[in-house]
Every structure is written in C-alpha cells, then in structure tokens.
Ligand binder design. Structure first.
Ligand SMILES: Cc1cc2nc3c(=O)[nH]c(=O)nc-3n(C[C@H](O)[C@H](O)[C@H](O)COP(=O)(O)OP(=O)(O)OC[C@H]3O[C@@H](n4cnc5c(N)ncnc54)[C@H](O)[C@@H]3O)c2cc1C
Length: 426
C-alpha cells in the first residue's frame, strides 16, 4: 500500500489502476487536493500496451513499456493491492478477494478487459507451440516467430468478440509483411488477414487508405471469417463463415490457399505461422455483478450512459475504459477523452449533487502502423464519424500513412503517456 494505513471509507474509490484508473486519479488529484481517494489493484506492473505492436515488430524494447504500479499512482492516493471481487452497490461497498470491504461516496469502475483464452478451443495449446503468437499476450514471442518464419502461410486473425484496440491485429500483419520482405521470405509467403468484419476498417477515408495498403502489400484479405477453433497438431484454424448467404463454398480454391470446407460450412485453413487476438470480454467480477448489462448485445459489460459515463442505475458510480459498454473502439486514446468527463462529473456531484456539462462524444483513435516508418492516425467518434484533430489536419493529411505519424507513435506518444497523461496534465 502506498501512503498511510488503508482507510475503509473513501470519497472516491477507483477499481483498476491501468490507463483509465491512473488518468482519472491524477486529474482528480490535480483539481482537488482534499478528496480522500484510493485505487484498488493487485498488479505490480503498469504497462503501456500501445507500444506492444512495436515490440512484436522488433522495434521497441518490452521493458520500456513497463513501470512499477506504485510509481504511477499519484502522491496522496492510497494504493490498495487487492483484487475487487464483489460489488454491493446498494451498500456503497466493494469486497475484495482477501475478504476486506471498502465503502465509498463515489466509485469509478475501470478494471480493463479479460483475455479469454479458454473461450476458443485449442487456443491455449496452440499458444504453447512455437508457431502461434499474439501481441496481446506476449509481444516478444511475436518478434521471435516473425524473425524465424521461413515461408508458407502466415495467417493473421481476430475474434468476433469486442477487443481492445481493434486495429492491432492488422498492424501486426503490416509489420510482418515488411519484415518478411527484408528477410527475403516474402516471395514464398502467402500472407492472409482473416477478420469477422465486412471491411478492413469501418471509417472513411481511412478504410480506402487501408484497402490500398492491403492491395500494395499483396495481403489476402478474408472478410466474414470468425475463428472458432484451433487444431495446433494439424496447424489449422477453423472459421465460421458469417457473411451474407450461408455457403462459403465459392471461396474455396481461390488464391491457391490450403483451405477446405468441413461439415456444416466451417472453413478450415492451414497455417505455418499464426498471429491472433484472443477472444475478450468483461472481467468475471463485473460480468456477474449488478453493475453489468444483464441481457442484450452489451450483456456482461458495464452499464453506463454513453455520454456522461455515469452508471444508469447507480448515480454515484462511473465507468470508463475497456470495461465500459460504449459503442466505440476500446483504446487508451478514448480514455484520454473519457477521464475528464468522469472527473468533472464527480467533482460537480461532490459540490452540489448535479452532473457537470461535460459530455463524451465517443472519440477514439487508432494509430494504424502500416510499416516501419509509416503510420495512419484514424480518429473518429460515435457512429463511425471521422473526428480528426483540426490542428493536426491543418499540418498534415491524416487520411494517409505518414512518417511524421510514425514518429508520433514511436517517440512522442509514449513520452506524453508517462509524463503528461498519467500525471493528469493532458
Ligand atoms: C497489442 C495492443 C495494442 C494497443 N494499441 C493501442 C494504441 O495504439 N492506441 C491506444 O490508444 N490503445 C491501444 N491499446 C489499447 C489500450 O492499451 C487499452 O485500451 C487501455 O490500456 C485500456 O485501459 P483500462 O484502464 O481500461 O485497462 P488496463 O490499462 O488494461 O488496466 C486495467 C487494470 O485493472 C486491474 N484489474 C483487473 N482486475 C482487477 C480486479 N479484480 N480488481 C482490481 N483491479 C483489477 C488490472 O490489474 C489493470 O491494472 C492496445 C492494446 C494492446 C493489447
């Protein structure tokens, strides 16, 4: 624990000290020195996950993406090194897996997302082989797999569940393409990107720019492909076809890929190396709590108003980050715009019980690394509407992959994260 003895009651109790928890605590601390606050999180490490794409591509050191959790918690905020286990919102209480209880005036829920490895049969066993990797789980292994690949089918895929940073799986494919060219193995490689989505990216003009990247890199794009099972012994991924019409038979045989149809229309594709994003969901203690949607398409995710980030049934609870049911991409960039809304609303409520005028518009951004030294910054808000920064747009064409955006990704954003965002000054 950081600070003095743990108090059982806090004015603001924050569940999760990741990107969202630390940004929220730091901003609250700057604006009110008096609030009694704690972050509940058992983690020893705090990770800057956006750089894991670069680690996987062999151009960033994993240890530079880590800090001690205690070192990023703002001074004056207690760090309770325990895992939240149970919400009792009627009693303003959170119970931990150690059996402790903490009460609060305001609760902020942001424990991130759960990587659900066991939701896909064969995935756990596949990850134990030296041909299967994921930047979501072990980006250093991705680097090793890409560097030792000798040609064949390099398959990149993502699940049908919501995932954090929806662009990350395709970024891995773009870097792999360039690395394989440098290593002289691209000529004997068929690089496949298989996605459950209908398009490579949902927002124009970024979609057109990325389709161009895919074409130029000669990546075989497979849409409507939901991975459902892996057979690591045979080096095969089983896909459910979720496209219009129910017969994917017409697709088989195209591009000379080693693929076949089995039984009810499952597409089975062989791989020589596989990169994937695992299925993801809300952490179990949220999913099974009264704070989550009990049914519908958002079932299990934290039920908050999409503009105020206030819980829909418990007004002294707020939620943000990957766990929140918000119809936009789950990214750190989104949290940078969410945290000020939560902070303003809590401070206003402490003052007079009302909500502030701050609203979240659904802003998120996806820095799509398209190669070493090239990046396209896709910024958007709710309803897939482009929302590029007006100042940046005056200086450069953010609808295209650029070297300047790569510099932003590799050098500027990590610095801003550790020194400004986590300090509550940005
Ligand atoms: C490969 C990859 C690439 C990415 N690229 C980008 C990018 O380019 N740009 C971008 O903006 N974002 C990117 N992201 C996404 C970004 O990292 C996440 O959206 C962001 O970290 C989410 O913040 P969070 O606070 O919600 O969750 P996290 O930062 O994951 O933090 C969750 C915290 O909650 C804690 N916790 C979990 N369970 C409990 C519990 N029971 N009790 C208490 N605490 C608990 C955890 O220990 C953790 O500290 C990427 C992510 C990955 C994996």
């Amino acid at each position: 624990m950081k600070g003095t003895m743990a108090k059982a009651h806090y004015q603001v109790l924050i569940i999760g000290g990741g990107t969202a928890g630390i940004m929220t605590a730091a901003q609250l601390r700057r604006r009110s020195r008096k609030l009694r606050m704690a972050i509940l999180d058992p983690a020893r490490d705090h990770w800057y996950q956006p750089a894991w794409t670069l680690v996987g591509g062999g151009t960033y050191a994993m240890q530079d993406t880590r800090r001690d959790e205690a070192a990023v918690v703002p001074a004056g905020v207690d760090l309770l090194r325990e895992a939240a286990a149970l919400f009792e919102p009627e009693a303003n209480t959170v119970r931990t897996s150690n059996g402790h209880a903490y009460t609060y005036d305001h609760l902020v829920v942001c424990p991130g997302i759960k990587l659900d490895i066991d939701a896909m049969p064969g995935l756990r066993e596949a990850l134990a082989t030296d041909r299967v990797c994921s930047n979501y789980i072990d980006p250093e292994k991705t680097r090793r797999v890409l560097e030792s690949f000798q040609g064949g089918v390099a398959l990149f895929t993502q699940p049908a569940t919501p995932i954090k940073c929806g662009g990350a799986p395709q970024k891995a494919a773009y870097l792999a393409d360039e690395l394989f060219r440098r290593r002289g193995v691209r000529g004997r490689t068929r690089l496949v990107f298989a996605t459950p989505g209908s398009v490579i990216f949902g927002v124009q003009p970024f979609r057109a720019a990325l389709e161009d990247v895919v074409r130029k890199k000669e990546i075989i794009l497979k849409t409507f492909h939901s991975p459902v099972r892996i057979d690591p012994g045979k080096q095969e991924v089983h896909f459910k076809w979720n496209g219009p019409g129910d017969d994917p038979r017409a697709l088989i045989g195209e591009q000379g890929l080693p693929q076949r149809i089995e039984g009810d229309g499952t597409i089975v594709m062989k791989y020589d190396m596989l990169h994937l994003a695992p299925p993801q969901g809300a952490p179990d203690f949220v999913r099974h709590s009264p704070l989550a949607y009990a049914e519908g398409p958002n079932k299990g995710w934290l039920e908050v108003d999409i503009h105020t980030l206030q819980h829909k049934r418990y007004p002294n609870i707020f939620g943000l980050g990957d766990v929140a049911a918000l119809p936009t991409a789950k990214t750190g960039a989104a949290i940078r715009k969410q945290a000020p809304v939560v902070v303003a609303n809590i401070l206003q409520r402490v003052q007079d019980g009302a909500l502030s005028k701050e609203r979240y518009s659904g802003y998120s951004s996806c820095p799509l690394v398209t190669g070493y030294g090239r990046m396209l910054l896709a910024e958007f808000k709710y309803d897939n509407v482009r929302d590029s920064d007006p100042l940046l747009s005056k200086l450069v064409d953010t609808g295209k992959p650029l070297w300047s955006m790569w510099v932003l990704k590799k050098y500027v954003l990590p610095w801003l994260y550790w020194n400004r965002m986590l300090k509550g000054t940005m």
